[in-house]
Design a protein around this ligand. Structure first.
Ligand code: NAP
Length: 228
């Protein structure tokens, strides 16, 4: 497994849920962190705790604001001296629409901005720098959601992110940069809700598998629950 001591990871949506689990797991392996959320105070307790062992930088950005996303990704690169591991985790879920024809334009727009365009924008800023340095691990968090048209803005935004990863993979061959997808499974988080069958901690160790890859695996879907 890859040694990530003293490397730098950017984790979006690191304040709670899956992102918090991933950030803590990376830090426990000696990886320095850029932790993102909408407001720095949301990552303050974790930053205080984790900075006892690794370097931690807090950044904030509303991911539906593409200019704020660009600024955040550029700052992450500059302040860390170069991001080695990009964990695009943050996402939003839209309202459950019993009337499957009633999802609004705004629900589609915001879902695509936060769940698709923001992670792709961050990739487009950071991956070229990773390629120049000859190393990178990129994990885009997706969902196994299927046959739930009641949540179509969310489901469609994740399907578009999957397409980005699958079709970019070939272009990363031989660069040292690996980009993959991670489906955490249905978890009891703010997004997953209280009825989910799995505790949030069950995302580990699987969520780190695509980070710790040594072999050239790119464009693959990893299901965290397969590694429990
Ligand atoms: N939970 C599940 O059952 C499940 C299943 C399949 C896939 N997933 C995927 O797993 C990932 C993490 O989900 P989760 O359950 O851990 O979610 P969560 O507990 O709701 O946490 C969401 C994180 O994203 C950040 N965030 C939310 N909206 C944002 C916005 N508009 N701009 C910037 N940051 C924003 C939040 O930051 P703040 O604290 O600042 O709000 C928070 O850190 C997502 O990609 C999700 O689609 C989850």
């Amino acid at each position: 497994m890859l040694d990530i001591r003293n490397k730098w990871a950017l984790v979006t949506g690191a304040s709670r849920g899956v992102g918090l689990q991933v950030a803590c797991a990376l830090a426990s392996r000696g990886c320095n962190l850029v932790v993102h959320s909408r407001k720095k105070e949301h990552t303050a307790p974790e930053a205080q705790q984790l900075s006892k062992n690794v370097k931690v930088i807090q950044l904030e950005a509303e991911l539906s604001d593409t200019e704020a996303v660009k600024e955040m990704a550029e700052k992450a690169e500059q302040l860390s001296g170069g991001i080695d591991i990009l964990y695009n985790n943050a996402a939003i879920m839209t309202a459950y629409r019993t009337d499957i024809y009633s999802a609004t334009h705004d629900e589609y727009l915001k879902s695509f901005l936060v769940n698709t365009i923001a992670p792709i924008t961050i990739c487009n800023i950071i991956i070229p720098q990773m390629i120049k340095r000859g190393f990178g691990r990129v994990v885009n968090v997706t969902s196994g959601i299927k046959d739930e048209p009641q949540l179509m803005p969310y489901a469609a935004s994740k399907a578009a992110l999957d397409k980005f990863v699958f079709d970019m993979a070939n272009h990363l061959k031989g660069t040292g940069v690996l980009m993959n997808l991670m489906d955490p499974g249905w978890l009891r988080t703010d997004l997953g809700g209280p009825n989910a069958p799995n505790p949030v901690e069950s995302v580990l160790p699987g969520a780190l598998v695509p980070v710790l890859l040594e072999e050239q695996v790119c464009g693959k879907l990893f299901r965290a629950q397969d590694f429990r």
